[in-house]
Ligand binder design. Structure first.
Ligand code: WT7
Length: 657
């Protein structure tokens, strides 16, 4: 791809050398670099060791340091001009609005922290599960939980009660915070009901949720369990109005939060992030990505239920004293102009979203965009999936009016914040549509082949990270072996002291050193920017008595990037039918959630398998993508390919029709 030199507002005249100079210095001495960066933040005690490498890959940042993320997100602003400015402009789906200043946020967090500690009995090190929609009480609760030294585990409100129960059980949470209901496409979703079901499932498995705190959002009638359930507002009412709870001094390598993500087995992984490392990384990367200015209005349109929201709606912006927009509802409700209308209403300067949302809004037609001015936009961001160059250009021209750089940020739940992306906060490099450009300062990334050798420029390979960084996960909750196996086994050479992080993404690095991210290299789908494990879906399908075997793969989708498609072999005595297809999709909805429901169930008589019995998903993928199926010498029964091809061809006809 030829280098395009795109014009931006004058302050963002691309300067590659300035960036690369900064970058090179940062990796000359990574420890010294992060030491300096961490000193910009407030700590109770500075660290003895910047990076403890004594037990790789269990790296520990800022060993001996003590802090609390509240010190930097809230307490630091007391008495400054930021204290009186808006932290959140919140907008509910029905159009109700609230402005929450840093002062109000600080007061409410302190009161809730007091109540959690004194009325609910939450202690340092406890896990509190949050099952909440996009309302201000969600960041308040996260901050209150970390303020008292407890660990939050936020579960996306679109997950089913079974998925919530699995996460409550794994984390052994005794306290759950949820809402009565929230608005989605004009309807009230009764979240309390799902929460109650999850608590019941957890109890059957021996995990007792003792307290359920309920925020009143939609005012709907909810089931209530006296003694266990308590209203959030009643808790706040009991707390002294101006109470101050000292942020619990935490060790830098204590766990700040857990966030579950899908992997290549059925069981979701509880990714653990650290107090000191995550704080330092997120604070800095936020500055580099968005170049925040005092008058900025930042809007990350993700959900806090995912890492993007943790980092770019809660901790990153608050630690930088930024004003944000937060929106509760569907992005195209009541009409496809909702996003652009909100940008104009609050004069948003910095907008961050996913390629999926951009593709959806672009499909509705430019007339929805053209009704709005969008003139305040200065920087635009994307995350979650590769962005198609056409969509990139549309974003750049139609939304940014050719003056806002596109900050394409590659990262993962595990990495804490962006890893590869432009950094206008340092110096903008010339952009290439579809490339996330260069690694951020302190990040040593490469593209290698299966033997671990760097590939030539322009060749496809696997992305790796060769040095630890402060935002890295600490491990997987309750499963240290899985942490080592999943992320550090592919290319590490422990006997030689070489440890290499493996994100499981394909990538190309071009002649100019630009990184192009090409999607997952493992059995994980990326549906609308959300990670779904194929095995997790297969396990769900296999719970239905009709299903004998199931293989789930991703099919390309013009809006969502990928959608799950399942090939299913039925047990003796069951016949394919529309009814059964509906039932199977329902099973997935119930066990995981609406985002995981397969676009199509293909009924087949057999699946292509190796002689050792492993389902060859890559054959299904090749057939779906119209690619050659490649080497099939290990295939047990070649007629299975014909069988699957027939079903897939039918599916494609259906999609076209
Ligand atoms: C996977 C991580 C971390 C934010 C949301 C997703 C894919 C993420 C990009 C990008 C191409 C991307 C990768 C990655 N991904 N950002 N800018 N370009 N691909 O978090 O659920 O942990 O998923 O999303 O495949 O591994 P996640």
């Amino acid at each position: 791809m030829p280098e395009e030199h795109l014009p931006f507002s004058e302050e963002y005249t691309p300067g590659r050398e300035a960036y690369l100079d900064f970058y090179r210095k940062s990796i000359e001495d990574i420890e010294a670099f992060w030491d300096e960066r961490a000193r910009e933040l407030v700590w109770y005690r500075t660290w003895d060791i910047i990076l403890d490498r004594s037990n790789p890959p269990f790296y520990r940042w800022f060993k001996g340091g003590e802090t609390n993320i509240n010190l930097n997100a809230l307490d630091r602003w007391v008495g400054s001009s930021i204290f009186n400015k808006a932290a959140y402009y919140w907008e509910g789906e029905p159009g109700d609005r609230r402005v929450i200043t840093y002062r109000e946020l600080y007061r409410e967090v302190n009161r809730l922290a007091w109540a959690l500690r004194n009325l609910i009995g939450v202690k340092r090190g406890d896990t509190v599960t949050l099952y909440m929609p996009m309302i201000p009480e969600l960041p308040v609760t996260m901050l209150a939980v970390t303020r008292v030294g407890a660990i939050h585990s936020v579960v996306f409100s679109g997950f089913s009660s079974q998925a919530l129960a699995d996460r409550i059980i794994d984390a052994r949470a005794r306290v759950l915070v949820t809402v009565d209901g929230f608005y989605r496409r004009g309807r009230v979703i009764n979240l309390k009901e799902s929460a109650d079901q999850a608590v019941a499932i957890a109890r059957d498995k021996g995990v007792e949720v003792e307290k359920v705190i309920v925020v009143k959002r939609a005012g709907n009638t909810v089931p209530w369990s006296g003694g266990r359930d308590v209203w959030y507002h009643k808790l706040l009412d009991e707390a002294p109005e101006r109470v101050y709870v000292k942020p619990e001094p935490m060790k830098a390598d204590d766990v700040l939060f857990i966030l579950y993500t899908s992997g290549t087995t059925g069981k979701p992984k509880g990714i653990m992030h650290s107090v000191g490392g995550y704080m330092t990384y997120v604070y800095n990367v936020f500055k580099w990505n968005w170049d925040p200015r005092p008058g900025d209005v930042f809007w990350c349109a993700a959900d806090i239920g995912w890492i993007t929201g943790h980092t770019y709606i809660v901790y990153g912006p608050l630690m930088n004293g930024v004003t944000q927009v937060m929106y509760e509802g569907a992005p195209d409700y009541p009409d496809p102009g909702r996003i652009w209308e909100i940008i104009d209403r609050y004069d948003v300067t910095t907008f961050y979203t996913s390629p999926t949302l951009l593709r959806l809004l672009r499909k509705y037609g430019d007339e929805w965009v053209e009704k709005h001015s969008l003139e305040t936009l200065r920087i635009l961001g994307t995350v979650g999936e590769p962005i198609n160059p056409e969509v990139w250009k549309w974003y750049y021209e139609k939304i940014g009016k050719g003056k806002a750089p596109i900050v394409d940020t590659w990262w993962q739940t595990e990495t804490g914040a962006a890893m590869i992306s432009p950094a206008p906060g340092i110096s903008l490099v010339p952009l290439k549509p579809g490339s996330a450009t260069y690694p951020l300062p302190g990040i040593v990334a490469d593209v290698v082949d299966y033997t671990g050798e760097p590939v030539k420029p322009g060749e496809k390979g696997l992305l790796v990270v060769k040095e630890p960084w402060p935002g890295m996960l600490m491990g997987i909750w309750g499963d240290p072996d899985r942490y080592v196996r999943t992320y550090w086994s592919m290319f590490s050479r422990p006997e030689k002291g070489i440890w290499i992080y493996y994100p499981a993404d394909y990538a190309v690095r071009d002649e100019d050193g630009y990184f192009w991210l090409l999607g997952r290299a493992d059995e994980v789908l990326n549906v609308a920017g959300h990670r779904l494990g194929t095995i997790e879906l297969e396990d769900a399908l296999l719970t239905h008595p009709a299903v004998s075997e199931a293989a789930v793969v991703g099919a390309p989708d013009p809006v969502k990037g990928q959608v799950p498609v399942a090939a299913v072999v039925l047990r003796e005595g069951y016949e394919p039918s529309e009814e059964l297809e509906k039932e199977l999709r329902e099973v997935v909805r119930r066990l995981i959630g609406p985002i995981a429901v397969p676009a199509k169930i293909l009924f087949v008589k057999k699946l292509p398998k190796t002689r050792s019995g492993k389902i060859m998903r890559r054959i299904l993928i090749a057939l779906i993508e119209d690619r050659p199926i490649g080497d099939v010498s290990t295939l047990e029964d070649p007629t299975a390919v014909e069988e699957v091809k027939r079903a897939i061809d039918e599916f494609k006809k259906l999609m076209k029709g």
